[in-house]
Design a protein around this ligand. Structure first.
Ligand SMILES: Nc1ncnc2c1ncn2[C@@H]1O[C@H](COP(=O)(O)OP(=O)(O)OP(=O)(O)O)[C@@H](O)[C@H]1O
Ligand SMILES: [Mg+2]
Length: 329
């Protein structure tokens, strides 16, 4: 039995150089991902989900990025200090990523076959007819009908859902151990969204990968993940099993995200939004970053930055009053 995490992100802080100076995009982010596990990362726009994901593959522009703190251990090796050559083998080979914007990730002047072949050549040395055969197999695997014909088409001939399937085919081409999917369904309508999530779930089971699924929609995360990290303003504010989170969220921000999940039994489609907006990272606020929007905030919340506290059963939450109450009940 393997109990070592596949990926262990520890204390990760990432800063970017902006016009007005350096700003902190994510701070002290840490989590473990076990082999075969599905982890969700949820939070509003700007909470640091993509910055966290891109850090794992070291995809930030070097000149304008600083990582003053943290380790990202993949099978025990630190991706942050790994030589570029070694990292290239991990990237796309062992760890694959589906980027947030599928349109700009596909090359409009290359056929689907060429784009898949590129990955196969790079990581598996496959070429020519063998690569083409494998590309067709992969399109079959992501349930694209009529794969031998589709493989020769250009991206603009495909629907949004199909393009996303192609992106998934490219991502799994080298049978990665970890797939990071950043908002893979956001641009799609609900029916296609459900199909893509189902496909990801099937592939995850067939290939035995671990998956990190990023979404601003807790409903999507609930469909897919076992465990969830809730991010707010560059920090993890809660970590919990998905069921635990739905049953009893510990952080007031998680309450707000849950309230925004459409419910099948509700008689209205209007979703309550959390009043206010995420703070500008260039202008950090003291104390708890959520305090200006929190109806439960007390004086102390506006002064002291809360720590991420253990709250039993593998749960963590960055809200001392709530954790104290939760522990007492
Ligand atoms: N390359 C960059 N340079 C400067 N700031 C950046 C850069 N990338 C991200 N940021 C900032 O870091 C913060 C977190 O951004 P991030 O893209 O991780 O958000 P997100 O949670 O993925 O949001 P969304 O749901 O909109 O995708 C934001 O304030 C963003 O403006
Ligand atoms: Mg993002």
């Amino acid at each position: 039995m393997s109990t070592a995490p596949l990926l262990s992100v520890q204390d990760l802080t990432v800063r970017f150089r902006a016009e007005s100076g350096w700003m902190t995009a994510i701070e002290e982010v840490g989590f473990d991902l076990m082999p075969g596990e599905n982890l969700g990362i949820v939070g509003e726009s700007g909470s640091g989900k993509s910055v966290t994901a891109l850090s794992i593959l070291r995809l930030h522009a070097r000149a304008t990025t600083a990582i003053p703190k943290g380790r990202i251990l993949y099978e025990g090796r630190d991706l942050l200090t790994m030589p570029e050559r070694e990292l290239r083998a991990v990237r796309g080979g062992e760890i694959a990523m589906i980027f947030q914007d599928p349109m700009s990730s596909l090359n409009p002047v290359l056929t689907i076959a060429d784009q898949i072949a590129e990955t196969l050549r790079l990581h598996q040395g496959l070429d020519g007819a063998a690569a083409r055969r494998r590309a067709i197999e992969l399109l079959d695997l992501v349930r694209i009908a009529d794969a031998p014909r589709r493989v020769d088409e250009y991206p603009h001939r495909l629907s949004g859902g199909m393009r996303q399937r192609v992106m998934i085919a490219i991502a799994i081409a080298c049978r990665p151990k970890l797939l990071i999917a950043d908002e893979p369904t956001t641009a799609l309508d609900v029916t296609i969204q459900a199909q893509i999530l189902e496909l990801l779930r099937d592939l995850q089971a067939e290939l035995g990968m671990s998956v990190i699924l990023i979404s601003h929609d807790l409903g999507v995360i609930a469909e897919f993940a076992q465990r969830v990290l809730v991010m707010y303003a560059g920090r993890i504010v809660e970590q919990a099993g998905v069921r635990q989170l739905f049953r009893a969220p510990l952080h007031p921000y998680s309450d707000g995200l849950l309230a925004a999940v459409p419910r099948v039994d509700a008689d209205t489609n209007r979703l309550p939004a959390i009043p206010g907006s995420i703070p500008d990272p260039a202008d950090p606020i003291p104390g708890c970053r959520f305090s200006p929007r929190c109806i439960e905030a007390v004086e102390r919340c506006r002064i002291e930055a809360p720590a991420l506290l253990a709250a039993g059963e593998g749960r963590l939450a960055r809200c001392p009053p709530r954790v104290a109450r939760g522990a007492a009940s």
